[in-house]
Design a protein. Structure first.
Length: 345
């Protein structure tokens, strides 16, 4: 039986102005992609020359209808907006056309947000990730700053915009007062990096880009790399699992001492990892209930039994597959509630 999708019957227009940063176009594309997957008819205005790779375009356009920008893009977009229920636009297009030209439910995306929402100052996902502190989590202080892989910042902004639109659409009566969802890339980056924000009064700012001195590391192993992640309660299990007497040294007895000697500790654990394959590390972690993880390549990730069981990668065309979206509609609320009650009983 086909499950009815929540936004069936809604028409959504997705468009950003030609001068908008690529991050805003990607974010609008992700918000529209989620709505399309949940049943909305999403019409995406295309034709920007923003250097986005073709695989990303294929992923974001799946399930949508695309319309070329044309010779008079503003007139074409205005015509599309006139019959839409929802719009996903950037602040530049909203300013150019005016909010009155947008449907009653609309998401307006910007780079900075707040009082700087309409700023056209130079910025990119990379510079805002640095400004928001996200890049302090990765890289080594002796090297150039590292950019996060993929489009994590932009796609997270798209997810934020979708969540705001979902809340706006949940209120009854689309004909009621307009509901404008405003979401910015900088605020999204700060949200992603929330652990760096709450500090005790008078606490020192944490050092960024710890590199080899970081508590958590990606280490080499016999056939690639594995991720070393552990919490304080995990330490006894980690030392038992690795069975290396050097880890029992007093320099690593407490978390404070382990942090002070983090580079040396990582070297000892990597030496142990170098005698093991990623699969052996994975099996060891499962036996000892440790959050260690192998770094799979794309083919390995697609063939991984756990990912296959969860149907993580889904077809998006005749010869392509992509990860599932972070939002899915499974069944009606009453059905889910009934299943939960049965499980409790």
């Amino acid at each position: 039986m086909t499950v009815p999708r929540p936004y069936a019957g809604l028409t959504v227009i997705e468009a950003v102005c030609e001068t908008a940063d690529a991050a805003l176009a990607l974010a609008a594309g992700m918000a529209g992609r989620i709505l399309a997957d949940l049943g909305a008819q999403v019409i995406a205005v295309t034709g920007r020359n923003d250097g986005v790779e073709e695989s990303t375009r294929l992923f974001l356009s799946h399930g949508k209808r695309t319309v070329a920008r044309g010779d008079d893009p503003d007139a074409g977009i205005t015509k599309l907006l006139a019959s839409a229920d929802v719009a996903i636009v950037d602040h530049g297009l909203a300013k150019k056309l005016g909010l009155d030209a947008l449907p009653p439910v609309r998401a307006v995306l910007s780079m900075f947000g707040g009082r700087l929402a309409e700023s056209d100052g130079p910025a990119s996902a990379f510079t805002l990730a640095a400004l928001g502190g996200l890049l302090a989590m990765v890289g080594d202080p002796a090297r150039e700053p590292l950019r996060l892989g993929g489009h994590q910042e932009a796609f997270s902004l798209g997810l934020s915009a979708y969540c705001g639109l979902a809340a706006a659409l949940a209120r009854p009566g689309l004909a009621a007062a307009p509901r404008t969802v405003r979401a910015s890339l900088l605020e999204t980056v700060i949200w992603l990096n929330w652990k760096a924000v709450p500090l005790e009064a008078g606490a020192e700012l944490p050092h960024g880009r710890a590199g080899a001195a970081a508590e958590w590391q990606v280490l080499r192993c016999a056939d690639g790399h594995a991720v070393l992640v552990y919490q304080e309660p995990d330490w006894p299990r980690l030392t038992a699992a690795l069975a290396d007497p050097a880890l029992e040294d007093s320099r690593f007895a407490t978390r404070r001492e382990r942090l002070a000697n983090a580079a040396e500790l990582a070297g000892l654990i990597e030496r142990r990892f170098m005698a093991m394959t990623r699969r052996e590390i994975h099996d060891l972690a499962r036996r000892h209930r440790l959050p260690l993880g192998p770094v799979w390549n794309l083919d390995e990730a697609m063939r991984d039994p756990h990912n296959r069981a969860r149907d993580l990668f889904q077809p998006i065309g005749a010869n392509a597959r992509a990860p599932r979206l972070p939002v899915a509609w499974l069944r009606g609320t009453a059905e889910v509630q009934g299943s939960m009650e049965d499980a409790v009983q």
